[in-house]
Ligand binder design. Structure first.
Ligand SMILES: CC(C)(COP(=O)(O)OP(=O)(O)OC[C@H]1O[C@@H](n2cnc3c(N)ncnc32)[C@H](O)[C@@H]1OP(=O)(O)O)[C@@H](O)C(=O)NCCC(=O)NCCS
Length: 197
């Protein structure tokens, strides 16, 4: 996510052909609980969270923080897109000082298979590239996560960049992806340079 103070947050809602990207609102809470407790959504993300815990602990307006977009279809939340700064210990070498922006995406299972994630990610990346021109964005996913891998490949192709074996960074002038570190566990980072400018 852009450094606090460098980019106004929240931006005006972003409208795509079928979707709206906007900041979370209190009425999204039930959809957030569905998202976080879905076994399908949690398959490659450490598993679903217990429903009672979510209902008890989620704030009135969940996930309302810079970088988090709710993805809305026909007035209802279908998922989230997030642009976050990576922790220093998870550095990708795309930026020498670490702290790269990282793209994340979660859609409710009933919204899979319609191209909504690709449409929402493209819009979020477009917003990010306009807000912070030249900033790379890193995408990290597990190779076993077929849907996410296909989406990563599409996002890279749309930005006319080459997938590197270990890391993909989208957007910006980027760094040297050949120096990308290896991810932990069974994860794999897709990295690329160059962005939708
Ligand atoms: C990863 C995830 C967002 C991908 O969702 P998705 O719907 O498969 O992704 P896309 O938006 O790229 O949609 C692609 C599918 O829509 C289909 N589609 C249908 N209509 C389409 C249209 N108008 N435009 C584009 N694609 C369309 C494509 O053919 C493709 O189908 P396929 O997967 O059967 O080949 C989703 O599976 C998810 O939320 N998973 C759980 C969370 C997760 O693991 N996140 C990754 C964290 S790193």
């Amino acid at each position: 996510m852009p450094e606090p103070g460098s980019v106004a947050w929240p931006p005006a809602p972003i409208t795509t052909e079928r979707l709206v990207l906007r900041e979370p609102e209190a009425w999204d809470r039930a959809a957030f609980i569905e998202l976080f407790t879905s076994p399908e959504v949690g398959t490659y993300l450490g598993g679903p969270r217990p429903r009672d815990e979510c209902e008890r602990t989620l704030p009135e307006t969940p996930e309302r923080r810079p970088g988090v977009f709710v993805v809305e279809l026909d007035g209802a939340m279908i998922g989230t897109i997030e642009l976050n700064r990576r922790d220093a210990e998870r550095r990708s070498h795309v930026r020498p000082d670490a702290g790269e922006a990282e793209l994340g995406y979660l859609l409710l299972p009933e919204a899979w298979g319609h191209g909504y994630a690709a449409e929402a990610c493209a819009a979020a990346l477009g917003w990010f590239a306009a807000a912070l021109p030249g900033e790379p964005v890193v995408l990290c996913t597990q190779t076993a996560n077929d849907r996410s891998m296909r989406l990563a490949a599409k996002l890279s192709a749309a930005a006319a960049v080459v997938l590197a074996p270990a890391l993909v960074a989208c957007g910006g002038s980027g760094g040297d992806s050949s120096k990308a570190d290896q991810p932990g566990g069974d994860g794999r980072r897709l990295g690329r340079e160059g962005v939708p400018r």
